[in-house]
Design a protein around this ligand. Structure first.
Ligand code: SIN
Ligand code: CO
Length: 376
């Protein structure tokens, strides 16, 4: 796979892209996905913005003033909007549209654990979200219509104060490209950019998250509190009479310091933390279990026939022999690993005839929780 030239990376291999562009510099690929015009009709996109479970935004610019409205949007709102200068954005399209999984597979040269989501924007001429930077790596894939992207490697990333969106105070474009259907632009994090619709258009953003050090540390400490067990109790048989009973003594601080040094962690615990944290669904994500739970026998019969796939919201990752699905750990028998690795990598897999009972029980459980589905 490493030596394969990828047309959606302009003929680069994944290894070359990672070496020369990933997190380093922009890459424009003309005709990255020939014939691509989007994953869903505009009317379906409008419909999604009316759903309260869908994260959507409407951004309008009237002269120099920006207006941001969060969804769900009113049914007929689009009829009352002007013909220019607005855009609507829908997050997590990969949870909403089955075809998104196929598109995302083209980006599996980046680990699944780094994927944030697939966002789509629809804009009328002049529409966009202004000049900004993202903390994410992003592939901006043009669907219908045309959009002008102005980009800049500028160092000044000061934001406009009190704006409803994160907008750069000064934007000095260095390069400008107009993208048509199937063209794609990769931008590393914190690279200034501004997209403006030339004609009514859609843009699909494949975004890759990178947690901040602060977030990783905070989340790790939360995880750690459930995974440490220290013996002993605070003790002070040599307690000396204090001048001020309200004072916390140096001895108390020293003893506590020594106790806290007993909090230890190693790579195994860090691996478990990462598996759990990175596969954990975002707080607003819900699964759709089947209306009626099924037993293992029924599950096996269906799964054998149809194969299984991950539900669109599911994240399945693994570290060595431990699998993490939506924040929960599972350590299968050795013989089940190959199947689960395939399911994790490709998001779908076919059961083998000799599939072990332990795995069937676990898969059936995941099915009844809405974590996996039958493939066809
Ligand atoms: C858009 O599609 O308008 C916004 C995408 C981006 O700038 O990251
Ligand atoms: Co952006």
């Amino acid at each position: 796979m490493n030596a394969k030239k990828l047309s959606h990376l302009g003929g680069l291999t994944a290894t070359q892209f990672l070496r020369d562009y990933w997190q380093k510099k922009p890459l424009l690929v003309r005709n990255a996905f020939p014939g691509f015009t989007g994953l869903l009709p505009i009317k379906d996109l409008f419909q999604l913005t009316q759903d309260e479970d869908v994260q959507s935004r409407l951004v309008q610019k009237q002269s120099a003033k920006w207006d941001l409205q969060h969804g769900p949007l009113a049914k007929n709102i689009f009829k009352s909007l002007p013909q220019k200068n607005w855009t609507l954005l829908v997050q997590e399209l990969n949870h909403l549209v089955p075809a998104a999984a196929g598109l995302l597979q083209h980006f599996c040269f980046i680990p699944h654990a780094r994927l944030d989501d697939l966002m789509v924007s629809y804009a009328v001429p002049g529409g966009g979200v202004g000049a900004h930077v993202d903390s994410y790596d992003v592939f901006l894939l043009q669907g219908e219509g045309t959009r002008r992207w102005e980009i800049s490697g500028q160092k000044d990333l000061t934001l406009v104060a009190d704006a409803p969106l994160k907008l750069l105070k000064k934007f000095t474009p260095q390069t400008e490209w107009t993208l048509g259907p199937g063209d794609m632009l990769y931008l590393p994090p914190r690279y200034a950019h501004k997209g403006t619709a030339i004609t009514a258009c859609t843009t699909y953003s494949i975004g890759f998250r990178a947690p901040s050090h602060q977030e990783l540390a905070t989340q790790f400490l939360i995880y750690l509190q459930d995974h440490i067990s220290l013996d002993g109790m605070y003790a002070d048989p040599k307690l000396k009479l204090q001048k001020h009973p309200a004072e916390i003594s140096a001895d108390m601080i020293k003893q506590t310091n020594n106790i806290l040094k007993k909090v230890k962690f190693n790579q195994t615990l860090i691996a478990e933390f990462l598996g759990s944290y990175l596969s954990e669904p975002k707080p607003h994500v819900f699964f759709n279990p089947p209306e009626k739970s099924i037993n293992e026998k029924t599950f096996l019969a269906q799964a054998n026939q149809r194969g299984v796939m991950l539900a669109p919201e599911t994240q399945l990752l693994f570290v060595k022999g431990t699998f993490f699905i939506n924040g929960e750990a599972f350590s299968p028998e050795q013989s089940a690993r190959e199947f689960l690795i395939q399911l994790a990598d490709l998001r779908h897999a076919k059961l083998e005839r000799d599939t072990k009972v332990q795995l069937i029980a676990q898969l059936c459980d995941w099915y009844n929780n809405g974590y996996i589905q039958f493939a066809t």
